[in-house]
Design a protein around this ligand. Structure first.
Ligand code: ADP
Ligand code: ADP
Ligand code: ADP
Length: 214
């Protein structure tokens, strides 16, 4: 199964991808996570991307297209994958289609997660993740069961993103509506688009996603 989770920053893409990969035995490919790893490792790509990401703008299509094209060739992608945060421009969507076609593959689903802007800002402002396994938490809405201990892996090391603040979030939302939201029409025309109400609880959203995927 190959699918795209499409939605603005804070819509819940990472949270849901984390659950779906367990259930379906597929991998999550988050260009945001890959770019943050490149920034942390100070690779050539990371050095180029850092200031763009800190400002909330989009990294160039060429960079992310190359990262994804290389990643989907890895053996762990054979069962399928969830694209989380990619594609984000029409150019990236065209690149995805050409790349998959050249491998004899196609997308099964594109699911748009809809959430109101004020809720997105609240979610992103309180977001933190487990530095070990990537599980996603929120200061008030989604705390670990035991304070300071990750539910999924038991580690106690959490991190926050420098771009998760209300100020940078305005730029990220603007980028989403300008560059990424046209993908909704693009995939609708291809007949593979569904949408879900991302304002519901995390469990309800998972159930709605599974109803589409089954
Ligand atoms: P979120 O999960 O909040 O939507 P991401 O982790 O996907 O954010 O992305 C963080 C940043 O990484 C983006 O603001 C952008 O600078 C960069 N980025 C991630 N994916 C892409 C992409 N497909 N195209 C361009 N830039 C990207
Ligand atoms: P995205 O990957 O789309 O940027 P995340 O999955 O990282 O979004 O979620 C952003 C924040 O919102 C996190 O702090 C997460 O715990 C929280 N969150 C995710 N889904 C929901 C939901 N359905 N209801 C309430 N909070 C949520
Ligand atoms: P400005 O007022 O600085 O010109 P914009 O008009 O581009 O900024 O967007 C302001 C905010 O309105 C964005 O951050 C986004 O949250 C929201 N927004 C912009 N375009 C849309 C759209 N097409 N649909 C929904 N919300 C939008």
């Amino acid at each position: 199964m190959r699918l795209i989770l499409l939605g603005p920053p804070g819509a819940g893409k990472g949270t849901q991808a984390h659950r779906l990969i367990v259930k379906y035995g597929i991998v999550q490919l988050s260009t945001g996570d890959m770019l943050r790893a490149a920034v942390a490792a100070k690779t050539e790509i990371g050095l180029k991307a850092k200031s763009v990401m800190d400002a909330g703008s989009l990294v160039s299509d060429d960079i992310v297209n190359a990262i994804i094209a290389e990643r989907v060739d890895q053996p762990d992608c054979a069962n399928g994958f969830i694209l989380d945060g990619y594609p984000r421009t029409l150019q990236q969507a065209d690149s995805t289609e050409a790349m998959l076609r050249s491998k004899g593959l196609k997308l099964d689903h594109v699911i748009e997660m809809r959430v109101d802007d004020d809720v997105l800002v609240h979610r992103v402002s309180g977001r933190y993740t487990c530095a070990n396994c990537g599980a996603v938490y929120h200061d008030t809405d989604r705390k670990p069961r035991t304070e300071g201990v990750c539910d999924d892996c038991g580690h106690s090391n959490f991190k926050r993103r420098p771009d998760d603040n209300a100020d940078v979030m305005r730029t990220r939302l603007r980028a989403y509506y300008k560059e990424t939201s046209p993908l909704v029409g693009y995939y609708h025309c291809k007949g593979i688009l569904s949408f879900i109400d991302g304002m519901k609880s995390i469990d309800e959203v998972t159930a709605d996603l599974q109803a589409i995927l089954e």
